[in-house]
Ligand binder design. Structure first.
Ligand SMILES: NC(=O)c1ccc[n+]([C@@H]2O[C@H](COP(=O)([O-])OP(=O)(O)OC[C@H]3O[C@@H](n4cnc5c(N)ncnc54)[C@H](O)[C@@H]3O)[C@@H](O)[C@H]2O)c1
Ligand SMILES: [Zn+2]
Ligand SMILES: [Zn+2]
Length: 364
């Protein structure tokens, strides 16, 4: 089968003929119908973050179950439409028991081994081991994944919507639902109008946040953000971002969601908070990257900073909830989708990450 492989950070992905071994117990084969172009893959492509290589990238996908491995639990059946999750839950570790499945031991295990939950790979090329990426690897015709890495997709939710729900949407909407919480009538700032930031904007609109201020460096992305629910937008290139936010929201914002992952923008988000305001950090940075927090501002203004992974969500509850909100028209995710690319154009899709409006989608 064809798959997009990262061999060396800094070099383009290569489309290669990869051999997929049959699924083992607890695993399934999914034919990929759509895969979203998330910036997280790009962090690995540039070397900001490392993983075992070579690896088939892609972690935001959806498709149809083609095969179920031996001794199936019956949880998943052939022909079923599923969205892929890059954070499966084992159900037994302390994080799962505590109700934080996003922090399940399977996540770091898959990320560090480049394998499936048992630590081994089903991907190879002419005898050479190829790694999985976050247990998904959906820039490919097919994937073998743990049956714990999928959630059913209801009729009426197209594959490209199910795909982006599996990362950008659950991350951004979940950051509002779970990390921010109740925010009707409260001010909310989003930094970064990519797929994740725009999903946060949609979640904020749904939750009644007001005003919703969005910062980006691209005027077309800001215009898109206004269509999706931003009540005010700020072009970061047009001067002091914090001063512009404070001009929109005197006294500072109740909540700021940083969906870029840069020290400078985290600093801006922190500085733009009102007393007792909360900064939710969602963007990922280069490994080891830090930003400075003024001690007295943190204490005397009782500001809060929290990280949010995968929307701090419970994906098996939140993805069906997101699909339901899409089907009822409350979460118009069609408006989030940008350009569609064939698998061969995956590098072009990543070149476009900077300029293209909306979430790009690969259709293998
Ligand atoms: N926490 C999680 O679970 C999680 C999940 C998915 C993605 N992410 C991370 O979230 C971040 C965003 O992902 P994405 O796919 O939306 O990326 P993206 O590239 O589509 O969007 C990033 C946006 O930030 C804007 N931007 C860049 N520099 C800026 C600056 N200095 N000031 C203002 N805006 C600026 C860009 O114009 C772009 O619109 C990435 O770091 C990604 O790795 C985190
Ligand atoms: Zn992602
Ligand atoms: Zn677990």
């Amino acid at each position: 089968m064809r798959a997009a492989v990262l061999r060396t950070p800094g070099e383009p992905l290569t489309i290669e003929d990869i051999t997929l071994a049959p699924p083992k117990k607890g695993e399934i084969v999914v034919r990929v119908e759509a895969a979203g172009v998330c910036h997280s893959d790009y962090h690995y492509m540039t070397g900001d973050i490392t993983c075992p290589l070579p690896a088939v990238l892609g972690h935001e996908g959806a498709g149809i179950v083609e095969e179920v491995g031996p001794e199936s639990s019956g949880r998943v059946s052939v022909g079923q439409r599923v969205a892929l999750m890059w954070r499966p839950r084992c159900g037994e570790c302390p994080a799962c028991i505590a109700g934080n499945p996003v922090l399940c031991r399977f996540g770091p295990l898959q990320a560090t081994t480049g394998g499936l939950p048992d630590g081994t790979s089903r991907l190879s090329r002419d005898g050479e081991k190829v790694h999985h990426f976050l247990g998904v690897s959906c820039f490919a015709d097919r994937v073998v994944v743990s049956e714990r890495s999928v959630v059913p997709v209801p009729d009426g939710v197209p594959a490209h919507i199910a795909a982006i729900a599996g990362c950008a949407v659950i991350t951004g909407v979940g950051a509002v639902f779970h990390a921010v919480g109740e925010c009707a009538g409260r001010s909310l700032l989003v930094l970064g109008a990519g797929g994740v930031g725009l999903s946060a904007v949609m979640g904020a609109r749904l939750s009644g946040a007001d005003p919703i201020v969005v910062v980006d460096i691209d005027p077309r992305k800001l215009e898109h953000a206004r269509r999706l629910g931003a009540t005010a937008t700020i072009d970061a290139r047009s001067g002091d971002v914090v001063a512009q936010v404070l001009a929109e929201v005197p006294g500072g914002v109740d909540f700021a969601i940083e969906a870029i992952g840069r020290p400078q923008t985290l600093q801006q988000a922190f500085d733009a908070l009102s007393p007792a305001g909360t900064l939710v950090a969602v963007g990922l940075g280069r490994v080891g990257e830090t930003f400075a927090i003024p001690v007295n501002q943190l204490v005397q203004r009782q500001k809060r900073i929290i990280g949010s992974l995968y929307g701090s969500a419970n994906p098996l509850i939140d993805l069906p909830r997101i699909f339901g909100l899409y089907l009822s028209g409350r979460l118009p995710l069609d408006e989030l989708v940008g350009t569609t690319y064939p698998l061969e154009s995956v590098n072009e899709a990543y070149d476009d990450l900077r300029g293209a409006v909306g979430r790009g989608v690969i259709v293998p």
